[in-house]
Design a protein around this ligand. Structure first.
Ligand code: NAI
Length: 345
């Protein structure tokens, strides 16, 4: 039952949506509208069962409340999961999802997430105004949020390097990057330009080889990247990368990357701290994309203001690191407490 679900956190509403004609089945979770409309992407994914889909929607929507609040955005947190019941998603299904979003009257604002593209958002936008992440037009914010996320990770990592290594630059700083997609690839390019030394891995061998060649990076197998002796480990692939076993094997001073839900369990933040490793809370460092998406939605999408907002990730993380030092708490616990205060919980 929903109210007993382990991840239910007094979510304001959870909508179960079906449109038999198009085959749409979706869950739209609105965690909090305390700061504004609940903003968060929609994920197109194949779940083992309905409970797994509900868990994902509950967790991800709470995460969006935290992320949006910590990014200083006037938005609450929500998330939608669209069941991947067939190999391809039809325009009818996307339109039906758009109609479902529209029926919520702006309490939920959607955008792309795993399995959804900006082209899909264009189809959804036929039926609702409450959608963002559309292809960029005329120099305004919009389109793929990956580059904005990568920029946020870059400046956030700089705050971590300053705090843990006492340095203001990346010259010779060794970063091990897991995942070289839209975000990880951008992080790698920025670090290379700043003089960092890179070790990289990606499940996509061709992609890893191309990045290694282009940036002069060392390449390792995907099974090795979490154990590379380096200054920084930057996870930019999947979630739950930090568990008891990987944390024990980390050989770095800092973990700073874009992947969502990096900590496998709530206990893992303290485990990282106990190893003397500085962890940049994922939803704080990876907010660049949502900053861009929300600027687009609110029509305040000029590049300079988006860039200034993304730059704010650096001092925000510095403050979290300082508070963690001062109180002895793990950085994720400091961030969670700050976020909950901001959403009135
Ligand atoms: P992407 O799909 O473009 O790239 C992910 C890359 O990771 C792919 O190249 C894939 O082959 C690789 N990969 C997957 N599993 C791997 C493994 N076990 N070891 C090594 N490489 C592996 O995804 P994107 O957009 O770059 O996102 C990366 C992460 O950042 C995801 O966790 C995403 O949720 C998170 N994120 C992305 C944002 C964005 O703006 N794109 C915003 C906030 C978070």
């Amino acid at each position: 039952m929903l109210f007993d679900a382990p991840d239910y956190d007094a979510h304001e509403a959870v909508h179960f949506v079906a449109d038999p004609a198009s085959g749409l089945r979706a869950i739209v979770a609105v965690h909090s509208t305390h700061r504004g409309p609940a903003a968060g992407g929609c994920r197109w994914w194949s779940y083992a069962d309905d409970a797994a889909a509900l868990t994902d929607a509950l967790r991800l929507s709470r995460g969006m409340s935290y992320k949006n609040a910590m990014a200083g955005l006037p938005m609450g947190g929500g998330k939608a999961v669209v069941f991947r019941d067939s190999a391809t998603k039809s325009e009818a299904l996307l339109e039906a999802f758009g109609a479902a979003v529209e029926s919520l009257g702006g309490r939920y604002v959607t955008a792309e997430d795993v399995g959804m593209s900006d082209a899909d958002m264009t189809v959804i936008a036929r039926r609702t105004a409450h959608v963002s992440g559309l292809p960029a037009a005329g120099g305004a914010a919009g389109g793929n949020p990956g580059p904005s996320t990568a920029q946020g990770v870059f400046v956030g990592m700089r705050a971590a390097v300053r705090h843990a290594l006492g340095r203001d630059d990346f010259a010779g700083v060794h970063v091990a990057i897991q995942g070289l997609g839209s975000v990880g690839g951008g992080v790698a390019e920025r670090l290379k330009a700043a003089g960092a030394e890179l070790t990289v891995a990606d499940l996509d061998e061709a992609r890893a080889a191309a990045v290694a060649t282009a940036l002069g990076a060392r390449r390792v197998d995907v099974t090795e990247i979490t154990r590379v002796a380096a200054d920084v480990f930057s996870p930019n692939a999947l979630g739950a990368v930090l568990d008891e076993a990987t944390i024990a094997a980390l050989d770095v001073r800092i973990v700073a990357g874009a992947a969502n839900n990096q900590l496998a369990t709530p206990a893992d933040g303290a485990r990282v701290q106990a190893r003397g490793i500085l962890y940049a809370p994922d939803y704080v460092i990876n907010a660049g994309g949502i900053i861009n998406v929300v600027a687009e939605y609110l029509g305040r999408g000029d590049a300079a203001s988006v860039a200034a907002s993304i730059a704010g990730i650096e001092p925000r993380l510095a403050a979290i690191f300082a508070e963690a030092d001062a109180t002895g708490q793990a950085t994720d616990a400091v961030a969670d407490a700050q976020a909950r205060r901001l959403i009135g919980r």
